[in-house]
Design a protein around this ligand. Structure first.
Ligand code: SF4
Length: 346
């Protein structure tokens, strides 16, 4: 199959029906042993220092991996992608645009999917067959998600990795299914995380320092039981058609659609606190104002740029946040326990 670069989660069923193998350029960038070299390449081309690292990384990957065709999302993802698409075109790469509808609507989504299928020379019927083929992978990914918060046997990092890669199933959905099925089976008899571990939610775009963040949290006795955007990539509400599937996917639409999903999951997963990750120079960071007003749990906003590890300053802030949550937890336990009630001296 011919490779096609993708800059975010898109209806890959249509690309695959048209004979393309989607390659999520973000995942290639962030798993590169030296991702900073891809950013440097983009900056040497002229990308400004105050441009998001993901955009520069994506650009670098296109040339590093000889990607000659890229599907760029023009509505519903990132305003920077529009100019990235222009530069890619200028450099000789074929750019295919895709626009999510302005709002979540199966009717509008159906039209957008038909336009994309027509551009690539395939049909919605053919793409629906691919959807059926991919469904076992999506079901397994969501099973892993349940094992994370319900059975407490999957780590936040494992959850992040397997959900974030549903954007292209690591370029081989058969291998993805095989390996994930093995992990799901292997994890069931694991010893669950201790109940006293704090339960955190991670909201926002995927971090540039995932490995460090999740392992540092676990070292502090806290773990992520909800990775918001990563879970959305797995399409938790597939509906009855591609149009329904990509309308229920919250990321491209209003922040209020995301909030409905986030609120429900925070409650269901008994979350103690929220980490909101914002990428430096990203417009989505402004949404922090709304999250802070709309969510009634403690929130820590953390930022990432082009450091692929947690710096000392960030570690101290995360540590202080976890300490504060633990103090809250103790206080709540005291209030709830008859032994403590009415005994302020304790
Ligand atoms: S982090 Fe923000 S600015 Fe960067 S690619 Fe994603 S949406 Fe765009």
């Amino acid at each position: 199959m011919r490779k096609i670069g993708i800059t975010t989660t898109v209806p890959i069923e249509i690309l695959m029906a048209a004979g393309y193998q989607p390659v999520d350029l973000n995942n290639i960038f962030i798993t590169d042993p030296h991702p900073e070299r891809l950013i440097n390449f983009a900056e040497r081309t002229g990308f400004p220092l105050n441009c998001c690292s993901w955009i520069k990384g994506i650009y670098g990957v296109c040339f590093d991996r000889d990607i000659d065709t890229v599907l760029c999302v023009t509505t519903g993802d990132c305003s920077n992608t529009i100019m990235l698409a222009e530069v890619l075109k200028h450099k000789g790469i074929t750019v295919i645009p895709f626009a999510y509808p302005e709002r979540s609507s199966p009717g509008l989504m159906q039209q957008a999917l038909e336009v994309l299928a027509g551009t690539l020379g395939t049909t919605i019927e053919a793409a629906s067959k691919v959807r059926d083929e991919l469904q076992p992978c999506r079901t397994l990914a969501l099973e892993l998600d349940n094992l994370t918060w319900e059975n407490d046997v999957i780590s936040g990092m494992e959850n992040h990795l397997w959900l974030v890669t549903t954007s292209d199933f690591n370029q081989d959905h058969r291998q993805y299914r095989l390996h994930l099925a093995a992990l799901v089976n292997e994890s069931r008899p694991r010893q669950p995380y201790p109940p006293e571990h704090l339960r955190l939610a991670y909201i926002g775009v995927p971090p540039v320092y995932a490995q460090d963040l999740y392992s540092f949290l676990e070292g502090q006795g806290a773990r992520v039981v909800f990775n918001e955007v990563q879970r959305q990539f797995a399409m938790p509400q597939p509906g009855d058609s591609l149009a329904e599937q990509y309308s229920s996917y919250t990321y491209p639409y209003s922040i209020y659609d995301r909030l409905r999903d986030i609120r429900a999951e925070l409650k269901r997963r008994r979350v103690d606190g929220v980490l909101h990750y914002v990428q430096a120079f990203c417009h989505r960071g402004i949404g922090d104002i709304i999250f802070r007003d709309a969510l009634d749990l403690p929130i820590l906003t953390i930022e990432g740029n082009s450091d692929f590890f947690l710096g000392t300053h960030l570690k101290t802030r995360v540590e202080a946040f976890v300490d504060m949550l633990r103090r809250n937890q103790r206080l709540e336990n005291r209030t709830a326990s008859p032994d403590w009630r009415g005994c302020p001296a304790k």
